[in-house]
Design a protein around this ligand. Structure first.
Ligand code: MG
Length: 449
């Protein structure tokens, strides 16, 4: 029969109690542990949130960064997060300053999980880019604070490193194949082992002939034009050219960016199989997730998906049915570090790897959060990289660096990235509000996205 054992009885049963007790060693330790537990549960005055606010800047030119700063009751202690939603930045500013700030004030900075869970449902209707980016800003700032309080980089708080640095891929695009080839060779010489190749813009718009919708006065003159066929014919030729001129060692990636029909995506992936792509990204729009089973069955091309997902729960079917190979989570759009860690952990059991979305429209603090997770998780795949400009590095001291294709984080406590608000004032948001211009087929039909 199992009886509850007191500490003393347990020690006695091990024959250790008398000696150690006589020294007072274990009793002292136990008393200290009890006191610490009592303090955490109801005693010592916690460090609390005193203010949450969003600040914008555009150090990269056309990208509208939204930085969230959380101040605390401890003088000088603050945390920084990223809630960058480039296409609707001011909606996130409103969500943070008008709603999350009053919600979060007075809460214990230690309780990140509780604050995430309660903030998540504080709007009752949840998920979506505005609320999730705002929530991400708060979440990241709290992890930054926890790291600063512990005197450790965040990746050390979650189990430390699985690798010495974060391997990344870089972007290359050219309007003709020779131009693209030269770019790839430059990146290879810089040390990158993974290169995303695009033939011009998404969907290779430069290959289209006349836009009949413009002649007919449909839409606005600035609306863009992309037909499927020229793109579908060009991409296999692009892969063939780069494979034959840049070698078999370089890993090649490509982003379809959803702009074709599902059956066209299936055919294209099958055609690209012979060139051994590292992954093909966003072959379908999120509205067409139901096609993944057919796509998967038709080809062994590795698939990367999901930067547009709104709810973290959208990942579950694709992960559990092993329909994709790489997770394209945009960490701030998913609601921050807290939910993205959970998506990563779920995916580990199913052999699905990370490829966090890491383009320009994530500020250096958001990139740091992605990189800290990359360092830690076992199922890391690859990280999309960006080499930030000098203005960004001046305003965000501690921004990660790139060397030999690897991203290297600053080892300072928290995310290791600071934000100079005064210097940021030199970089106000651009005049254009940020929406995406329409893309149309020749007859004017809107293309997604
Ligand atoms: Mg993409």
């Amino acid at each position: 029969m199992n009886l509850p054992l007191t500490r003393r009885a347990a020690l006695k049963s091990l024959g250790l109690g008398a000696g150690l007790s006589a020294l007072g060693f274990l009793d002292r330790g136990a008393r200290a542990a009890d006191a610490a537990t009592a303090r955490v549960n109801k005693g010592a005055k916690p460090v609390t949130i005193t203010k949450v606010r969003a600040i914008t800047c555009a150090t990269q030119g056309s990208i509208r960064f939204v930085v969230i700063r959380v101040d605390t009751s401890e003088p000088g202690l603050y945390g920084l997060g990223c809630g960058t939603y480039n296409q609707r930045p001011l909606t996130v500013v409103t969500a943070v300053n008008e709603y999350l700030d009053p919600f979060a004030r007075g809460r214990n900075v230690d309780d990140i999980e509780d604050i995430w869970q309660t903030a998540y449902t504080s709007s009752y209707w949840r998920n979506g880019p505005v609320m999730n980016n705002a929530l991400s800003g708060l979440d990241l700032a709290l992890w930054d604070i926890k790291g600063k309080r512990a005197g450790l980089p965040v990746y050390q708080l979650i189990g430390g490193r699985s690798r010495f640095a974060v391997d990344t891929y870089t972007h290359c695009s050219g309007l003709d194949l020779n131009q693209l080839e030269q770019q790839v060779k430059i990146r290879q010489a810089e040390g990158f082992r993974h290169v995303r190749i695009q033939f011009g813009s998404y969907g290779s718009q430069h290959l289209n002939s006349k836009a009949n919708f413009r002649e007919a006065g449909f839409g606005l003159p600035a609306d863009q034009h992309m037909d499927s066929l020229p793109y579908l014919q060009a991409v296999p030729k692009m892969f063939a050219h780069i494979r034959s001129t840049c070698g078999d060692q370089v890993e090649l990636l490509h982003d379809i960016h959803e702009r074709i029909e599902p059956i066209e995506a299936i055919r294209l992936c099958k055609e690209l199989e012979q060139y051994r792509p590292f992954f093909i990204e966003d072959p379908l729009s999120p509205e067409q997730n139901g096609w993944f089973a057919q796509l998967r069955a038709a080809t062994t091309v590795p698939l990367a998906m999901g930067e547009l997902f709104n709810s973290p729960h959208e990942w579950v079917p694709l992960i559990k049915d092993r329909l994709i190979d790489f997770l394209r989570v945009h960490l701030t759009q998913a609601g921050g570090f807290t939910p993205t860690r959970k998506i990563a952990a779920l995916a580990e059991w199913f052999g699905v790897r990370s490829a966090w979305h890491g383009p320009g429209d994530l500020c250096p603090i958001g990139h740091a959060a992605s990189l800290h997770l990359d360092l830690n998780i076992h199922n890391f795949g690859i990280q999309e990289s960006i080499n930030f400009n000098d203005a960004t590095r001046e305003v965000f001291p501690g921004t990660h660096t790139l060397k030999n294709g690897y991203a290297i984080v600053n080892e300072a406590p928290g995310w290791g990235v600071d934000f100079d608000e005064e210097k940021a004032k030199k970089y106000p948001l651009p005049a254009h509000p940020g929406y995406w211009e329409p893309v149309r087929r020749r007859d004017g039909t809107a293309v997604r996205p």
